[in-house]
Design a binder for this molecule. Structure first.
Ligand SMILES: O=C(O)c1ccc[n+]([C@@H]2O[C@H](COP(=O)([O-])O)[C@@H](O)[C@H]2O)c1
Ligand SMILES: Cc1cc2nc[nH]c2cc1C
Length: 360
């Protein structure tokens, strides 16, 4: 297998079509409802048109939720409100229909795909559909050791690329990307702080199930220690992901970049997907043009990462449960924007108005 060179993505990723975007804007100008009257739905429809390279924009008909799952041994430090190694239980609940994302997906008729990258449980205890890409059981304790070997990181990144190709090949026209993890927001915090050059305390949030002050301090210290280990490898994104990311975050970064290559728009969820997107932006500066920030989860690291990419969250409901739930919440808004852009009639000439005098 040839060695992986992330720099190739810089050239492989193009911007969404600017000419199409202008055509979409021009079409919008001709519609009877004045531009501006629909607020941000106008730019949302134009963004989607450019991503699809189609005016009028096509409806989003085959969306899918794609979740990458993993445990992070840093959770053993007591930085999460969930028990270390508990992500497998969450995965089962997602697929059995009991998690927020399951409810929303059912309501919206969107299939959910979960990919086990590093769950710390017996694979036999999981539904067979999640298998095939696991690179190890649990990422290393990133405050004192690497999350992954470089070989594991490469395998995880390739898994993300492969899943993105499968989605593109099967006609998925929009992906809501999310993570199922325990300890993942600590890894995300390290990545965001490292890439934004900030202090641990600036990116340390309370996590999915809120943690108390003592746990927050432990999380802050873990992020600080992880940062110390991340800084020397900041220039090499795959090494950075191996050092402090873990297999789920590495796969998501590969997924995001390859989806941009394949021109499949991706809706980001919370702080973990935002951190992966930030790593992706370092690899390919044009890539964030393909991504939509669904919502502001209230995690400080998410806000920092989105700001760096100039992505403005669409919604602000404080949904911080992860697992793609916040991302999926944005789907009906995207679909509404597409319908309005495609279906609002163009203004016809007012029949009351006298016809212009014929030119002699
Ligand atoms: O959406 C967010 O910003 C968000 C904030 C905190 C936690 N989460 C979710 O909670 C899980 C991991 O949280 P934690 O506290 O164990 O690091 C993982 O599945 C995340 O998607 C998500
Ligand atoms: C308007 C808009 C601009 C963007 N730039 C990158 N992602 C985007 C998503 C939207 C919706």
């Amino acid at each position: 297998m040839s060695s992986l060179n992330l720099d190739d993505f810089t050239d492989l990723i193009e911007r969404p079509d600017g000419g199409v975007r202008r055509d979409a804007e021009a079409r919008r100008e001709r519609q009877a409802v004045p531009p501006g009257a629909l607020g941000r739905l106008d730019e949302l429809g134009e963004w989607l048109a450019a991503a699809q390279s189609a005016v009028p924009v096509r409806p989003v008909e085959k969306p899918r939720v794609v979740l990458f799952a993993g445990d992070h041994k840093v959770a053993e430090l007591g930085v999460s409100a969930r028990p270390a190694g508990g992500a497998g239980d969450l995965v089962r609940e997602v697929l059995e229909g009991g998690r927020p994302v399951s409810v929303l997906a059912r309501r919206l008729g969107v299939p959910v795909r979960v990919v086990d990258m590093a769950l710390d449980c017996d694979p036999e205890s999981l539904p067979a559909e999640v298998a095939g890409h696991r690179v190890r059981r649990g990422g290393g304790r990133i405050d004192i050791e690497d999350a992954l070997t470089l070989e594991e990181a490469e395998a995880a990144f390739r898994a993300g690329v492969a899943v993105a190709d499968e989605e593109a090949d099967s006609g998925t026209d929009l992906v809501v990307l999310g993570d199922v993890s325990v300890g993942g927001t600590t890894a995300a915090g390290v990545l965001v702080a490292a890439l934004c050059g900030t202090d641990a305390s600036v990116v340390t949030g309370r996590g999915g199930l809120p943690i108390d002050d003592l746990a927050w301090m432990r999380k802050c210290a873990a992020i600080r220690d992880g940062l110390r280990r991340a800084r020397p490898v900041l220039g090499d994104q795959l090494r950075l992901l191996a050092t402090v990311g873990g297999a789920d975050l590495t796969a998501m970064t590969g997924f995001l970049l390859q989806s941009a290559v394949r021109k499949v728009p991706v809706v980001l969820d919370g702080v973990v997907t935002a951190a992966c997107a930030l790593v992706g932006q370092r690899v390919a500066f044009r890539a964030p043009d393909w991504w939509l920030a669904s919502h502001d989860s209230g995690e400080p690291g998410q806000a920092k990462a989105l700001d760096r990419m100039a992505l403005e969250p669409l919604l602000s409901q404080g949904v911080r449960v992860g697992e793609g739930a916040g991302g999926l919440l944005a789907l009906p808004v995207v679909q509404a924007a597409a319908a309005l852009a495609a279906e609002l009639p163009e203004a016809t000439d007012d029949p009351e108005e006298p016809a212009p005098a014929p030119v002699a």
